[in-house]
Ligand binder design. Structure first.
Ligand SMILES: Nc1ncnc2c1ncn2[C@@H]1O[C@H](COP(=O)(O)OP(=O)(O)OP(=O)(O)O)[C@@H](O)[C@H]1O
Length: 255
């Protein structure tokens, strides 16, 4: 089997002065995978992505991404963060935010080329907001901003794409469009997406990682009741309705 694009071995992580957020985490992601990362609030999903991006460093264990230490191949890795705090009055247009995705980590102030402009246009068209390109980002709704940051991640045609709750504030119509776009991108891009939306992920992901301090990996996108209950530590009910599988959590009180 070829070397995995993401290799995590015996990783432990805690924020300063806090309990362990991730403990003894092991994960291999193969090229071409579409991995859904699930788990309860505070389970450590975003922390795991930040470790893979090199924003945080593990206290114990090793991580490699595309065969290198995390953070050393930024032009091959796209990232859509969960929260994007930009001041409403910050004077930057939608297109400029997307163009920033084309800049290497070093030499960040080079001029943009025709190729950069074309890539930005294509990314904005992909997420359906090319007409908004000259608006200031502060003038956009939460869902429109989310699309801008997805376009920024796509603008570099990354080999590996990390997405943290990418559809949290977008409407249902765009969610479907977006997951279809991810499916298309998955032909050439390895995708790791954190989401609570089991219904859509169940029909698009190829594998699943459940994260709640520990990580349980399943090499098939099959969400079984046992697996979800072990992760969420509470009863979970799987139901199917509509044209494609749709799962919901049973009403419950978690202690
Ligand atoms: N910068 C930080 N400093 C201290 N503790 C933090 C920090 N960021 C996250 N935590 C804590 O680490 C734990 C894991 O947080 P993380 O954001 O990774 O969870 P998550 O699974 O992504 O949650 P959610 O589904 O709510 O987004 C939580 O208990 C959180 O309070």
């Amino acid at each position: 089997m070829p070397a995995p694009v993401v290799h995590v071995q015996d990783v432990h992580f805690a924020y300063t002065g806090q309990h362990c957020v991730l403990e003894n985490v092991n994960l291999d992601v193969q090229q071409g995978d579409f991995l859904a990362v699930l788990g309860p609030n505070g389970g450590g999903k975003t922390t795991l992505l930040k470790l893979l991006l090199g924003i945080l460093s593990p206290h114990k264990g090793t991580i490699s991404v595309l065969g290198e230490p995390p953070g050393s191949t930024p032009s091959q890795v796209g990232y859509v963060p969960q929260n994007t705090n930009i001041h409403n009055l910050f004077p930057i247009t939608v297109k400029d935010v997307v163009l920033l995705g084309r800049l290497p980590r070093r030499n960040r102030w080079r001029n943009f080329s025709q190729t950069d402009e074309q890539a930005a246009r294509q990314a904005l068209e992909h997420v359906g907001i090319w007409p908004l390109r000259n608006k200031r980002i502060g003038q956009l709704s939460g869902g429109q901003r989310q699309r801008v940051f997805i376009a920024r991640a796509l603008a570099n045609s990354p080999e590996l794409l990390f997405l943290d709750e990418p559809t949290a504030s977008v409407d249902r119509e765009f969610q479907t469009l977006f997951y279809n776009l991810l499916k298309e991108l998955n032909a050439t891009t390895t995708i790791i997406v954190v989401s609570h939306d089991l219904s859509i992920l169940s029909s698009h992901a190829k594998s699943v990682a459940c994260v709640n301090k520990a990580l349980f990996y399943h090499d098939q996108a099959e969400f079984t009741q046992n697996m979800l209950e072990a992760t969420y530590h509470c009863p979970v009910e799987l139901v199917v309705h509509g044209a494609f599988p749709h799962r919901v959590l049973k009403e419950h009180g978690c202690s």
